[in-house]
Design a protein around this ligand. Structure first.
Ligand code: SF4
Length: 67
């Protein structure tokens, strides 16, 4: 019985992981469009792959490129 429960939990965990991976926006990180995305301007550990950051400021040049 315990083996069945473990198998079900493992299956659910795998499905949730696959679902989350499909929802991820690929290689898009907050830093990609942040004006501080260089080692001199930003010393945060999450750079360059931050997905949440209170210091984020839009890089005007990136906005113009994406239009
Ligand atoms: S301030 Fe935040 S979003 Fe901007 S580069 Fe640094 S970690 Fe990334």
């Amino acid at each position: 019985m315990e083996l069945i429960v473990v198998a079900i939990l493992a299956t659910v965990a795998s499905l949730l992981t696959l679902f989350a991976a499909r929802q991820w926006p690929g290689d898009r990180f907050l830093c990609d469009t942040c004006r501080f995305n260089n080692p001199d301007a930003c010393h945060k550990r999450d750079r360059p792959t931050a997905i949440v950051c209170a210091s984020y400021r839009t890089n005007a040049n990136v906005e113009q490129i994406s239009k």
